[in-house]
Design a protein around this ligand. Structure first.
Ligand SMILES: Cc1cc2nc3c(=O)[nH]c(=O)nc-3n(C[C@H](O)[C@H](O)[C@H](O)COP(=O)(O)OP(=O)(O)OC[C@H]3O[C@@H](n4cnc5c(N)ncnc54)[C@H](O)[C@@H]3O)c2cc1C
Length: 391
């Protein structure tokens, strides 16, 4: 059996950079290409729940992430006028990792990019693949800058619109728009924002998540037409309009919204059936299983994929078997996250002013048990071979 000597990672997002570090730690040579220029990270903040922090620990960057972020251990739910519904403790994590650590997206990318550099991965930005030929013995790649390479494995972490997924699987797993979008912006952190606070309104909801002692981010979810396109300059005013019915803390934050910096993201999902590879090429991260952001688990799933990929590739067996083992280990767990996230999104977005009281009563009765069940599964190892019983 020839060991895997080298791997091309397509996409230097959170999953791709994580994979570069994980593969280098197994002694595999790694090239990474990303179509975007370096330092172009779009986004606001990102929460890293305990299972993601376990993956970041395996990659050797836990301390850096904790130093850059804000740790918290609970979620608090309110109605849109700021009346508390309930508080749920978060049981994710271990003695080593806290339940949650939220940080600026740019900081997480910087930490992972630096770690990939230190580990000896070759990162090239502003480049993509032009041609990929898998001849069974290896993969020959021609890049769009004319360079050529030969790899034992190609791992595509090229995001929700993955060109590699399309190349391998056609249009069988195109992103499905959920009907909802998120508006996000970084703001100064009021002292009471020490954990996730979620405010349920009339077919919308709003959240605040601390990012550091100084900053937090606000997110607001609304129903939007599939192809809505808003000019960046109009986003702050549009967000203010959508927050109009809210009282309490959210009203206070709405009145302080800056005139820029609002990011608008439609929420889509990808459901690629397993196996996620063909021959020596595998599709992972959002490219295989993008989910609604309600559990804040998307990047966590991509980082867990990265750790499992490196673990499987070090085994002494044919490459295709190792790649098949990756999606076999990961499918049920990522599907659980997708299903639960989708369920939360659609349930929350169906609430109206008239049904809010019923929703609140339901949340008090059922949420603690449901959250504990899902968190217990996420606290397990990154491989979940059997699908869990439905909630
Ligand atoms: C509104 C919102 C909020 C979220 N909040 C959270 C959160 O709090 N916590 C969490 O864990 N997750 C969150 N997520 C999900 C998380 O952002 C994604 O799951 C995660 O970024 C996936 O990582 P990835 O590496 O698979 O893909 P990406 O991070 O999307 O990276 C893909 C990379 O591939 C590159 N690429 C694309 N095409 C090509 C090409 N042709 N050639 C080369 N490179 C290419 C892109 O430039 C990009 O750098 C959120 C998502 C959304 C939409």
């Amino acid at each position: 059996m020839t060991p895997v000597r080298n791997c091309l990672v397509i996409g230097a997002g959170i999953g791709g950079l994580g994979a570069a570090v994980a593969l280098r730690r197994q002694g595999i040579d790694v090239d990474v290409v990303d179509i975007k220029p370096a330092d172009q990270v779009v986004g606001v903040g990102i929460n890293q729940p305990g299972n993601s922090l376990r993956a970041l620990d395996v990659l050797g960057v836990l301390e850096d992430c904790l130093a850059a972020g804000y740790q918290f251990d609970r979620n608090e739910y309110f109605d849109w006028q700021g009346n508390q519904i309930l508080v749920t403790p978060c049981s994710l994590g271990t003695d080593r990792v806290p339940p949650n650590n939220a940080l600026a997206r740019a900081d997480l990318h910087q930490i992972l990019g630096d770690a990939a550099d230190r580990a000896g991965a070759n990162l090239t930005y502003g480049t993509t693949v032009a041609e990929v030929v898998d001849d069974g013995e290896g993969v020959s790649v021609t890049f769009n800058d004319g360079r050529e390479g030969r790899y034992d494995v190609v791992a595509a972490f090229d995001g929700i619109r993955s060109p590699v997924r399309r190349r391998l699987f056609g249009d069988a797993a195109e992103p499905q728009y959920t009907g909802f979008a998120v508006w996000r912006v970084t703001l100064p952190r009021p002292t009471e924002v020490t954990h996730t606070m979620l405010f349920h309104g009339d077919r919308s909801n709003t959240g605040v998540i601390p990012l550091s002692d100084e900053h937090m981010y606000l997110l607001h979810v609304t129903a939007e037409p599939e192809h809505a396109r808003y000019a960046p300059a109009d986003l702050p005013a549009l967000l203010r309009q959508r927050l109009a019915g809210y009282g309490g803390l959210v009203a206070h934050l709405r009145d302080q919204l800056p005139d820029g910096g609002v990011v608008y993201s439609p929420i889509s999902e990808v459901h690629l059936p397993a196996p996620w590879h063909k021959g020596r090429i595998i599709v992972l991260g959002d490219a295989a299983h993008a989910s609604a952001p309600n559990l804040t688990q998307g990047a966590a799933m991509a980082l867990e994929d990265a750790v499992v990929l490196a673990d499987e590739l070090r085994r002494d067996r044919v490459v295709e078997e190792s790649l098949a083992a990756v999606s076999a280990a990961r499918f049920a767990r990522t599907k659980l996250v997708q299903d639960v996230s989708h369920g939360i999104l659609t349930t929350e977005m169906a609430i109206t002013a008239d049904t809010l009281d019923d929703f609140a009563a339901n949340l008090r009765e059922h949420l603690p048990g449901q959250a504990a069940y899902v968190e217990a599964l996420l606290n397990q190892p990154f491989r979940l071979v059997t699908a869990p019983a439905s909630l």
